[in-house]
Each structure stands twice: as C-alpha cells, then as structure tokens.
Design a protein around this ligand. Structure first.
Ligand code: COA
Length: 285
C-alpha cells in the first residue's frame, strides 16, 4: 500500500453507512502493522476501488472484516473479485475456522457470504446509546480471579447461545483461557461477588471497529439482578472516559429480551449475524 492509497480509500469510505460514516480511518495504521493476516487493496486501472481485511485472532481462528467497494463502482463484481483473493489468502493460512459478522439487513454482505459457503453461526443484538454518568457496579477482576472467571464464562448460558463467541462491538472472538487472560490484564473484566463465588461477570472492551469510540459490553452473565447492573456499566464507563456512546452485543432470545426492556429501552439496536466456514469446507471450495 502507498500513502496516496490511504487518502483514496478514506475518501470512498467517508459515507459507507450514510449518516454514520466508517471506522476505516481509525484502524488503518493498525491493520497495516498487523503481521498475522493481510490487508487487501483492490485496484482498477491503478486506482484503489476496494479493500478487505483478513486477521488471525488465535491459531487457526481467522476473522474477515472491512470489505468495502467504492460506492460509484458497486454491483460490478468487484466484491466478488476481492473475495476470491480473500479466500485464496485464507486457504494458505490453513485455518480451522473462518468467521465474519454483518448487519442482519446487509443483503449484499449476507449474499456474498452465503454464496461462498458461509453459514450462520450466531445471532446477536447490538445496542447503542448515549453515555451517562453514574456509579459503576462490581469490581475489576485481577489475575488472581482468572481461574474463577474462565470457569464462570466457560459454564455460562451466554456462551452456549453465543456459539462460544464473545463480542467486541462487531468483532467476535472465540472463548479461550488466553483470551480471558488478555481481558483481565487489560482490566476489561468486571465481577460482582456473591457469597459463594462470582454472582455476575461482564467483559467491557473499547474497540476501534465501531462507528464512534465506545465502551462495549461483549459478555454478561449471572443472576438477573447482576446482569442488569452489569449491563448499565458500559454507559457509565463510557461517560467516565469522555466517550459520547456506549454499546453492547448480546446473543438474541434470553439476553436480548432481558436487556431490551429493562436496561436498553431507549437505545438504538441492530441485528448482528455471525457467519462461519469450517476449514474442511474451505479446502473444498
Ligand atoms: C457489500 C459490498 C462490498 C458489495 O460490493 P459490490 O462490488 O457491489 O458487490 P459485487 O458487485 O461483487 O456483488 C457481489 C454479489 O452481491 C450481490 N449484491 C451486491 N449488492 C447487493 C445489494 N445491495 N443487495 C443484494 N445483493 C447485492 C450481487 O448481485 C452479487 O451477487 P452474485 O455474485 O450472485 O451475482 C458494497 O456494497 C459495500 O462496500 N457496501 C458497504 C460496506 C459493507 O456493507 N460491507 C460489508 C460489511 S460486513
């Protein structure tokens, strides 16, 4: 990639989601630096017309995101071309699983995924709203809590309905001890203690792959009172950090119903669909 590619890409990504913009400018430098995976640029007669990002989160766990085609050149097969290149790249990585997430209403993206053999692995509901000051409940987990936290998350109902995935905004990662260790190290895990161990636990991350900077809840479980208390924290944490918005992603059904009315009543929401393709299916393509 060259310096002038950057400006051209930012220009065609300026209004990807009308009224909301895009996050590509915020992740550009990091995506270029990342050693694992690849940042793909599509050109037409020497000018950038599209991008896609391939990441490897853990060994064999590949994540696709950032597929964009310049608005004036859409519906001409450019995304199909980019995806062929993406899949060639991914095949060389010999992954166990490949995933991506898109909006439930993103027909183009869903069509493209399904066409290449991806299947729906999980459905989430994404909430976002204005950050408001307030008391943060619970305590930040430390390394001594790691075993208990891993056990709690591993046995949780959330993980059962989330297909083993934890959300970071619109990015989804597989639960593992090392993922949770990283979250604990970053201060991203909050615990509400009970008499017999953990009563409730949540993971809050600050991702750049969102349309504005937020504190985002990507895991929550416990008893109903704890879940509600923990679900209110992102708004307060975001206000503390001076962010305008908070967000949260929870698997549909139980968690969605619980939070939608009681906690996130006035916030905006969108359906998220996580697609998956197994390594064996990928090799057959
Ligand atoms: C999604 C996007 C990358 C598609 O790019 P594109 O170059 O227009 O796509 P292509 O022309 O290669 O079309 C690919 C397929 O999707 C279909 N498609 C494209 N746009 C579509 C739309 N709006 N609705 C339904 N299907 C659509 C095409 O018909 C084609 O199907 P086919 O291969 O079976 O004939 C482009 O619309 C875009 O940048 N959107 C905004 C960003 C975005 O949503 N990215 C994905 C986020 S996860």
């Amino acid at each position: 990639m060259r310096a002038r590619d950057r400006e051209a890409v930012f220009e065609f990504c300026r209004n990807t989601w009308p009224g909301y913009g895009d996050y590509i400018d915020r992740v550009w430098d990091r995506w270029l630096r990342e050693r694992r995976g690849r940042f793909i640029l599509a050109e037409l007669e020497g000018a950038p017309v599209g991008i896609a990002k391939v990441s490897e989160f853990s060994r064999g766990e590949v994540w696709l995101q950032g597929l964009r085609v310049a608005p004036s050149l859409r519906k001409k097969g450019i995304a199909n071309e980019i995806n062929r290149e993406v899949l060639r790249t991914v095949k060389r990585m010999n992954p166990r699983v490949v995933r991506f997430c898109t909006g439930a209403r993103n027909k183009a993206s869903r069509h493209i995924g399904e066409k290449f053999g991806f299947r729906v692995a999980a459905r989430f509901r994404f909430f976002w709203g204005r950050a408001r000051k307030g008391a943060v409940r619970g305590r930040v987990a430390r390394m001594v809590d790691l075993d208990a936290a891993v056990e709690f998350i591993g046995a949780s109902r959330f993980l059962k309905v989330s297909h083993g995935l934890i959300a970071e905004g619109w990015v989804f990662r597989e639960f593992s001890r090392s993922l949770i260790r990283n979250y604990v190290r970053e201060g991203a895990v909050t615990i509400i203690d009970g008499r017999r161990g953990i009563r409730g636990l949540a993971v809050y991350t600050t991702t750049q792959e969102e349309l504005s900077r937020t504190v985002s809840m990507g895991f929550v479980d416990g008893d109903v009172t704890s879940i509600k208390a923990l679900a209110r924290n992102p708004s307060h944490l975001a206000a503390r950090r001076g962010f305008e918005y908070f967000s949260a992603a929870v698997p549909t059904t139980y968690f969605m119903r619980l939070l939608r009315w009681s906690v996130y009543g006035k916030s905006e929401t969108a359906g998220q669909v996580v697609y998956e393709l197994g390594g064996a299916e990928l090799r057959r393509l």
